[in-house]
Structures are given as structure tokens and as C-alpha cells.
Design a protein around this ligand. Sequence first.
Ligand SMILES: [Zn+2]
Length: 230
Amino acid sequence: MNAELTRQVNELRESVARLHAELTRYNLVAWTAGNVSARVPGHDLMVIKPSGVDYDDLSAENMVLCDLDGRPVAGELSPSSDTAAHAYVYRAMPEVGGVVHTHSTYATAWAACGESIPCHLTAQADEFGGEIPVGPFALIGGDDIGKGIVSTLTGHRSPAVLMRNHGVFTIGGNARAAVKAAVMCEDVARTAHLARVLGQPVPMAQADIDALYDRYQNVYGQRSSPPANS
Ligand SMILES: [Zn+2]
């Protein structure tokens, strides 16, 4: 590896290790379940969590560098058992720079029921642009999980898919965006569940969902140079 690639990989090892702490902070994972990965931009490489290592022991050094077939580069630890799914997504969706997988409780309960989360909240319209879809059931081991993620999310606004009887996969332009989608997916799933328990959630007009999504994705946030009077 040349010096520039080494620097790039080391930065991603740092950020991917750090982002795993967000999964525990937001109660999205139990034991060693859950994982974050990042694509190495411009290279057929990704950085992902090692398999079976406690969250307290995750560090930049033990993040695993893999090729986009999910094979660890020489000398690396064994990568997460979900590496094949992450790798499939990077191969099929060039715009994706980060992937996250969790079994977060409320979102996974919707996955267990095989039910997409309908959009009854402005926060869901903002982040997901509508429903959070359900993907097919797929066994771990080959490309089936990856194929299910890609076929469900291609052409869909949602960066999150509820894989049936399994859990959540999220994508983003980088790993941080995918982690944010995983956090927001669980938040929306919890509120949607409570709303269902309380009564009949009130549908939103598609035009309102579209307007919220457009504003949030294109306007919301800090401007790089705020106007002087604000
Ligand atoms: Zn899983």
C-alpha cells in the first residue's frame, strides 16, 4: 500500500471503530451483534468490525481491511460474519460509502412481523422519505442478504431496510450517515409501535411527505457560512 492509501485506511479504521460506540450508546446492539463498515473511496476495499470481539475491545487497530469480495487483506483478523452482505452492497451500489447492521429491538420487531413501517411522522418523512421497507428473508452465508438489501433499497428513498425475520441494514454516503440512519430507524420504529398500541395512527398526505423530505435533504442543517443576521 502506498502512503496515501495507508493514511486513508488508518483514518477509516479510526472512524469505524469510533462509530461502533454509537451503536451501544443508542442501545442498538446486544453482546457482539451489530457492525459498521466503510468503503475505502477509490479502491476495491472496505474496513469492517472484526468477528466476535467485545465492543469494549474494539479499536482502530483491530478493524479489518477486506476486499470487496469480503476477503480480509493479508494479516488481518477474521471480519464480521456479515461481511459478505456489506461487500455485496458496495459492489452493487457505487454511491454507498457506509453500511450498518443491527438487530435493534423495535425495528427488528417490525422485521419479525414482516411489516414495513408506514410513514406517520414528520421525522420519518425527513429521514426516510416515506415508509421503511421490508426486505426478503435470507439465510446468512452467501450473497442472499446482500441481494435482498440491494433489491429493496435500489430506487427507494429509505436508507434503511428491515430484513424479514432478521434485522436492520442501513446505507449512507459514508459510515456516519449509515449509523445515523440506524439510530433514526430504531427511534421511528419505537414511536410507530407505541402509536399503534395507543390507537390508529393518522396517515400523512404524500405531498406533505414529499415536501418534508425535500426540505430536510436539501435545505436543513448548518450553512457553511451563515447569513450575518441569523
Ligand atoms: Zn444479523
